[in-house]
Design a protein around this ligand. Structure first.
Ligand code: NDP
Ligand code: 8X3
Length: 255
């Protein structure tokens, strides 16, 4: 991608999205950084070096609100209109309870954000990419979409959707130059993921005890690398784990 390309990042107010925004800005890209917490986006802008600030557009955007997504994208300033890279990163897990104790409304919120939010944005950005026959869509999935675990419930299922949707999307774009990549990380520390999931900062911090997990910057580097591969190279799916994370065997209930 050319260094002045426009990158749209959802969920740029913290964690991976924020790191992705900063990574691309540092390389001279124009970045549209979005999220619900506008004050966090202002902090991102304040922390951005002066010479990069004019390349950053921050905007409050809830990906679950289809109408405001469409409205926002229809009224982008001219210099930010031609989005070449879309990083569908906004997402969340809520709860780790067994299914029979889970909150249905939390499940709805995960579906609305991780699935419907992701397709809301994609649907709006795609026509422009097709018109220009140029673009790269990154969907942030998770290893939770491949490997089930107790309490994964609807979160894992939404990430399985991200995995499959990325492939289906790419299949439909087969006669174009567009690329679609499902980026599927394992454990990442230093983001707000576990704080949001567990609603308990102390418990959230313990999740990472004794593990050198991935960082948001590791994922930003991965996405930056994939975006800058030669244009004939497509990373369809990429699973990334910390070395200290791996797989477990199926579980048996014995009489
Ligand atoms: P964070 O909680 O730090 O970041 C999540 C981001 O999503 C925030 O910027 C939040 O912004 C945004 N977001 C949530 N809901 C909405 C919404 N309705 N509209 C717009 N933005 C929204 O977590 P991470 O950085 O760790 O997570 C980023 C992505 O990576 C998620 O999709 C997550 O599932 C995935 N992931 C995380 C892993 C981890 O271990 N941390 C591992 C694998 C995948 P705001 O609240 O301001 O709207
Ligand atoms: C986040 C990784 O393993 O906590 O998607 O589900 S995990």
């Amino acid at each position: 991608m050319e260094r002045d390309s426009v990158v749209l990042v959802t969920g740029a107010s913290s964690g991976i999205g924020k790191a992705v925004a900063s990574r691309f800005l540092a390389e001279g890209y124009k970045v549209i950084a979005t999220g619900r917490r506008f004050e966090r986006l202002i902090e991102l802008r304040d922390a951005t070096p002066e010479d990069q600030k004019s390349n950053l557009l921050i905007a409050e955007l809830d990906v679950t609100n289809y109408l405001s997504v469409a409205e926002f994208l229809a009224h982008l300033p001219a210099e930010f209109k031609s989005i070449q890279i879309l990083v569908n990163n906004a997402g969340l897990a809520l709860g780790l309870e067994p299914a029979y104790k889970a909150e249905l409304l939390e499940w709805f919120q995960m579906i609305d954000t991780n699935i419907k939010g992701l397709i809301n944005i994609t649907n709006e950005v795609l026509p422009g990419m097709i018109e220009r026959n140029h673009g790269h869509i990154f969907n942030v999935g998770s290893v939770a979409g491949t490997y089930p675990y107790p309490g994964g419930n609807v979160y894992g299922s939404t990430k399985a959707f991200v995995h499959e949707y990325s492939s289906d999307l790419r299949a439909g774009l087969a006669n174009t130059a567009l690329r679609v990549s499902s980026i599927e990380p394992g454990m990442i520390s230093g983001t707000e993921f576990s704080n949001v999931r567990l609603k308990d900062d102390e418990r959230a911090a313990k999740v990472y005890d004794g593990i050198k997990a991935l960082s948001a910057e590791d994922m930003a580097e991965t996405i930056f690398w994939a975006a800058n591969l030669p244009t004939h190279v497509s990373i369809n799916k990429l699973e990334v784990m910390p070395v200290q994370q791996s797989f477990s065997a199926p579980n048996f209930y014995r009489e």
